[in-house]
Design a protein around this ligand. Structure first.
Ligand code: ZN
Length: 278
């Protein structure tokens, strides 16, 4: 009877051990521009520290006991090998391979011309707001996230996907840095994991915006909100309502725009809700 139990347990865990992959690696490893690379760092006692360029990278212990670096890959990254600097690990520096991904294009007509070609004062405002947001994306707290498999912040149809190449009135602008949910104005937006609110602000392009820092450089952003239900510095728990869906800023109608960032790289939020399309 005992032998059967041991065999059953081995059978259950063997695939994970054999391929060196725990639960988080299987969920998150999509190494393409705008995706995530999970890099095994060995199984020592203390957490190693990992860096991609200057940016510190999230390191967690996976379900198979290994330390893993969970690396956000910026959309502008080319295909090929990327170096990961590792301090305090048992295996030294590592590298990972970035594959290719084709993203679709979309053409959008905006009646408000100033949101296509902002005037100089609006450009200065935007640059100030952009810097504030990059500073928030660069925050790194040692505490790890409560969960990396995230809850959907709203229940609704996924509309514009991450990475979409966008042309506003015929002019190409930045690709879509997040994932849109088509939901009515007023829908409550919920924190998908525990964290600390780092920005509550009304921005030129993003409208009413909330940032949540989940720890280890894992940051989420919610924009075009109609109302806030949190303030800066407030700790939030998974499931807490942080605001309501709206159409503030550069939005053609009510929807939730959701960004997920790792090591200051915006990555496809669909990965974290198990909805990634290769
Ligand atoms: Zn969007």
């Amino acid at each position: 009877m005992r032998r059967v139990a041991v065999l059953f347990i081995l059978g259950f865990f063997w695939p994970a051990l054999a391929f060196g992959q725990g639960y988080m690696a299987r969920l998150l490893h999509h190494p393409v521009p705008g995706g995530v690379a999970v890099v095994p760092l060995g199984a020592g006692d203390a957490a190693p520290r990992a860096f991609l360029g200057k940016d510190r990278v999230m390191v967690l212990r996976d379900s198979d006991g290994q330390w893993i670096a969970v690396v956000g890959i910026d959309l502008k990254t080319g295909t090929g090998r990327q170096a990961l600097r590792v301090e305090g690990g048992t295996q030294g520096d590592r590298s990972f391979q970035v594959g290719g991904k084709q993203y679709k294009s979309q053409h959008i007509t905006l009646k408000n011309k100033s949101q296509v070609n902002p005037d100089p004062e609006q450009v200065r405002r935007y640059e100030r707001e952009y810097k504030e947001q990059i500073d928030a994306y660069r925050r790194f707290r040692d505490a790890g996230p409560s969960n990396v498999s995230l809850d959907r912040p709203v229940n609704g149809r996924l509309s514009s996907p991450f990475g979409l190449r966008r042309f506003f009135n015929g002019q190409e602008r930045n690709p879509h840095s997040g994932l849109d949910f088509a939901v009515p104005a007023g829908t409550p937006v919920k924190a998908p994991a525990d964290g600390v609110v780092t920005i509550v602000a009304d921005y030129f392009f993003n409208g009413k915006t909330v940032f949540i820092d989940h720890g280890q450089g894992f940051i989420t952003m919610y924009c075009h909100l109609s109302a806030f239900q949190v303030h800066e510095g407030q700790p939030v728990r998974r499931g807490d309502v942080i605001g309501k869906v709206g159409a503030t800023g550069r939005a053609t109608g009510p929807h939730l725009h959701w960004n997920v960032s790792l090591n200051n790289a915006r990555v496809d939020p669909a990965i974290f809700i198990n909805a990634f399309q290769p």
